[in-house]
Design a protein around this ligand. Sequence first.
Ligand code: DGJ
Length: 380
Amino acid sequence: MQKIFKHIGTIVFIGFIILSACKQPAKTIKPGEIWLDNNGVHINAHGGGILYHQGTYFWFGEHKIEGKAGNKAYVGVHCYSSDDLCTWKDEGIALSVVEDTTSMIVKGCIVERPKVIYNAKNKQFVMWFHHELKGMAYKAAMTGVAVSDRVTGPYTYLRSVNPNPMCWPIDYADSLKTKDYNFEQVKRWSPQWQEASKQGVFLQRDYKRGQMARDMTLFVDEDGTAYHIHSSEENQTLHVAELNEDYTDFSGRYARVLEGKSNEAPAIFKRGDKYYMISSGCTGWKPNAARSAVANHPFGPWTELGNPCRGTEKEMQTTFQSQSTYVLPVQGAKDSFIYLGDRWTPENAIDGRYIWLPIEFSEDKPVIRWHDEWSLNTFN
Ligand code: DGJ
């Protein structure tokens, strides 16, 4: 009799386990919806990027506030952590903007597109971000750097710079270094203006003070070399710039890529031995059609692969109403990548949404399709 009770007990226990497992909400990603963190608050990490460190994903992004003013930095860079990319824990503010009006990261400046990488050599976490100075709109075109010994911070702000002063890009023709473009006479956006910017009129202009750096991302290659990729030269040309050994400065080696093609929002990832880039055109906060490109080395040459989006004309022309910010390699799943984009809401910045979609490959070209709801099982 006792034995029968024991068996019934075991069956009831197993049934309970199965039932409670079924009751767990499915772990899915719903692009464009409100994404609640562990405190029930919409995640506030726009223009962000993700670092996978010791079994956990850490998401860093711009902390926005209510209203139009919320596009400026009044708080800093917010960090969240997750094991499954579906449930997120608020880890607080990793980098804070400050009250001190003499500081470059005073409240009211612009801090955009923060990205964090880990330097295994000195066990330091390094954050870079697009930085514009208070009251100067988007004129400064700088990039800022901050470091921490802990992944979630607090990060110590080091400095902001215009990269690579007094350095010419690799493979840049000597004849262009001193070319006289007679630029005062040239009308903005005319074919002559476009040709001059493609050749490097703004590169030459900024040679001494350092180059412009607006929308940016970071990429660490398998050999540990880190690259800072940014929209430069009045957003006409991207610069892929190598960082130094501790990732806190530029090495002086950089390449101009997709010259004169006006790319913003670059995101780079590696599949096999090829490097891929997803980027956008330049239309402010309004979405436009995404672009993609491939190369055998981060320095290029990059070959354009066209719009990676598939769907309706509107979806393709607006990248599902989003702009790229990062491409995340999924851990433990070979050749599996997630497109991370922002659906900006500039009138009420804090309400911006996250458009995350799986990247497929067709004939070795990235393809992105809309999903109302999807899970990481997509990659199995
Ligand atoms: C487009 C950029 O991609 C964003 O990060 C932001 O700088 C907006 N422009 C501002 O208009």
